[in-house]
Design a protein around this ligand. Sequence first.
Ligand SMILES: [Zn+2]
Length: 477
Amino acid sequence: MLARFIAVISISGCVAIAQERASLTSSIDARADHYGAMSKQIWDWAEVGYKEAKSSALLRDELKRAGFRIEENIGGIPTAFTATYGSGKPVVAILGEFDALPGLSQDTVPQHKPLKAGEPGHGCGHNLFGVASTAAAISVKEWMNANRVTGTLRFYGTPAEEGGGGKVFMARAGAFKDVDVVLAWHPGDSNRVSMGSSLANISGKFRFYGKASHAAGAPEAGRSALDAVLVMAHAVELMREHIPSDTRVHYIITNGGAAPNVVPAFAEIYIYARHNSMPILDNVWARIVKCAEAGALATETRMEQEVTNSVWNVLPNRPLATVLDKNLKTVGGVPYTAEERSFAEELRKSFPERDKPVESAAEVQPFEAARGGSGGSTDVGDISWLVPTHQFTAATFVPGTPGHSWQSTACAGMSIGRKGMMVAAKTLALSAADLFTSPGTIAEAKADFEKARGTVQYRSRVPADQGAPLTYRDKSN
Ligand SMILES: [Zn+2]
């Protein structure tokens, strides 16, 4: 009898848990139109890094109305904020981004048609990123409240992911120091959880100061800053042969002088180096600095260097990836209506490669267990070396859409993007709820994190006295 009684209790317990879990996704579905409108509003504003005043405030106020405690101006960044609900352990965090990219303005049509030529657009879908994460946080908060779940839920409003490194400065301010686990997602062209990483990046500007003179009348009196840039660039080109072959080095000359008949007194080169290991990248960067010193030495000019930005490679977390994968498979992919399908087919005509079928948006891809790497860099990497972190992608873009393109801006502003955003919101909500109810998974995530980072200690390569580059998107920069 007793056994039967216990069995009855546990079955009714399971039903109750299933109903609770259903509320996590049904509450997001119930507000689909509202969240869709928020994402379209942020898409319309298309505010670039550290200038996301309206976009950040829209998310912040939504969370505030839902009962979250707001902390603003994190790390001295006006558009960085946190929204916290509950108290005590565990502390489960969800990241949200909202910055746009310069020059990617585009209408929600499948042909190239900027709304305002040269103006910014949401070509990385961060308008969807921030709203999906906000929706997930609100749904988890309601679920915690209804089921008396204890712990702390925190949303991070993280600005300027695109080259401004907002998270680097939020982390430096100690904003993540009590966090146990971090969940995030990213807009993409497939629904997928992967153990893939990203590239650590150090970028900087090298400025050379020479001596101007008449390039024909008195060339011997001049010392060319442009020559220094050219020597440096040549040294970097020769160095490529002797650095790990999976390193990436790319640069532009941002100032090469004013006129051919004046020996340039000033020149500047802007250079990025990337590798999937920060210790290896440190070595490469030290050698790039030597190339710059060689340029100055050979041309009798003076060199100044500035590290403008640096982010770490993402350290994936297998236990968190497993939770996300399970829930992404429960939620499912993004099936298209006939209208969306014809949009997708038309958009696809502009893709350089058309090997991914449109139907794949409706599928969830198999878990990618290989620790591969992507060619990009993200400041989520910095967080992932401080706290167990994992992110996944949801199909907000038509399969095969190139990254950072007018095509991805178009998708992020219409129903295909919004449907992918809903998949992300529900997956995040279910996963956060799993973590609150499974302390064992959090312990596993921490053990995996310790093992994966080994002896490497996180320290940002952005100089400690250098604040967030709040004006890096100013037109004159
Ligand atoms: Zn992005």
